[in-house]
Design a protein around this ligand. Structure first.
Ligand code: KIV
Length: 271
């Protein structure tokens, strides 16, 4: 029996232990009760209520429009569906960058109103005071460096980040700072695998990669992408485990055909 299956409820302490034991950490997104239940049943260690809900659930082009109230609604639904995994919720754009007290208030709302276990926010030194305030209040924080989608208009593109030396050095020092500030883990998004390896080896908190190569302490993917619900999104780092868009559209097509041809409902399906 693996250490993993003996853990009843995954905690931030389990994250530390998994890094120490060289056991890879698994994380997927979920934004609603039903998918959270499936993802938890599949045995992931953490469920991320990502602000990618803005794209995936609401159809926005970026993560910027989603509000704190909307994130709390998604988080409440996910928490009701999860019995084992650690539930982490993104602080949405505009709820933590301006001042540390606002950041703490936003994090407290998520924890109190959703029952989630931790929050995630994007950035390094720029948001250090906010992280400090939230951690000091006893709220577990996971950082997010590299391609941070809330800064997309500053980046101008979703291309790989930190290929240049200066940005890579800043990312390494930000990762060390996040550890010093008390973050329990850090997401590394779309950076060179060699840089992710260097960061992973230079900090004692676990790194969770997305498009950051195999040497991170764990991996995260957006659920809707890995089950093929989003046909238009196929970056190199994404492995698709299902082709749900075609499967579901096919099933819907069959249902339409059956109703139109008066095959459904039949005698056995009627009272
Ligand atoms: O919002 C999200 O889904 C994320 C992951 C891509 C890490 O932040």
């Amino acid at each position: 029996m693996s250490v993993h299956s003996e853990i009843k409820r995954v905690t931030t302490e389990s994250f530390r232990k998994m890094k120490f034991d060289n056991e890879k950490i698994t994380m997927l997104t979920a934004y609603d009760f039903s998918i959270a239940k499936m993802v938890d049943a599949g045995g992931v260690d953490a469920v991320l209520v990502g602000d990618s809900a803005s794209n995936v659930m609401a159809g926005h082009e970026t993560t910027l429009p989603i509000t704190l109230d909307q994130m709390i609604y998604h988080a409440q639904s996910v928490v009701r569906g999860v019995s084992r995994a650690l539930v982490i919720v993104d602080l949405p754009f505009g709820t933590y960058q301006s001042d540390p007290q606002k950041a703490l208030d936003s994090a407290v709302r998520i924890m109190k109103e959703s029952g989630a276990h931790a929050i995630k926010l994007e950035g390094g030194a720029e948001v250090a005071e906010s992280i400090k305030r939230i951690v000091n209040a006893g709220i577990p924080v996971i950082g997010h460096l590299g391609l941070t989608p809330q800064s997309i208009y500053q980046f101008g593109t979703y291309k790989v980040r930190a290929k240049e030396e200066a940005e890579a050095q800043k990312l390494i020092s930000d990762a060390k700072l996040l550890e010093e500030l008390g973050c329990f883990s850090v997401v590394l998004e779309k950076i060179p695998a060699s840089l992710a390896k260097q960061v992973t080896e230079s900090i004692s908190i676990p790194t969770i990669g997305i498009g950051a190569g195999p040497d991170c302490d764990g991996q995260v993917l957006v659920f809707h992408d890995m089950v093929g619900m989003n046909k238009g999104f196929s970056p190199k780092f994404l492995r698709r485990y299902l082709d749900l868009f075609d499967e579901v559209a096919g099933a819907v097509g069959q249902y339409v055909k059956d109703v139109k041809s008066q095959d459904f409902p039949n005698q056995q399906e009627s009272y």
